[in-house]
Design a binder for this molecule. Structure first.
Ligand code: SF4
Length: 89
């Protein structure tokens, strides 16, 4: 899978959580006023091992859960469901 970044952000309307920004967008035409045009192109430098991605998500969610009763996991992009990400996602 192709990942731009993974962080603890406030992308959920109510909850703190972990956001996974996938890399590569297959939407044509691109959405008007897309917030993340830097995630459109695909390049091997963004390729990540899915097991490692899971580890990072798990570690960040676990850390947040020591402070909050409920947290979120947000998948965004780029396009998480584009063919180059879909299978491993
Ligand atoms: S990254 Fe998301 S919002 Fe931006 S053009 Fe692609 S599908 Fe649309």
């Amino acid at each position: 899978m192709y990942i731009n970044r993974i962080g603890t952000f406030r992308d959920h309307p109510d909850l703190y959580g972990v956001s996974v920004y996938f890399q590569g967008c297959d939407a044509e035409p691109k959405c008007f006023m897309c917030h993340n045009p830097e995630t459109w192109h695909i390049s091997e430098k963004y390729k990540r091992d899915p097991e490692k991605v899971l580890e990072i998500i798990d570690e960040k969610l676990s850390r947040l859960l020591t402070h909050f009763k409920k947290v979120s996991l947000t998948l965004l992009g780029g396009e998480p469901l584009a063919p180059h990400n879909r299978g491993e996602l």
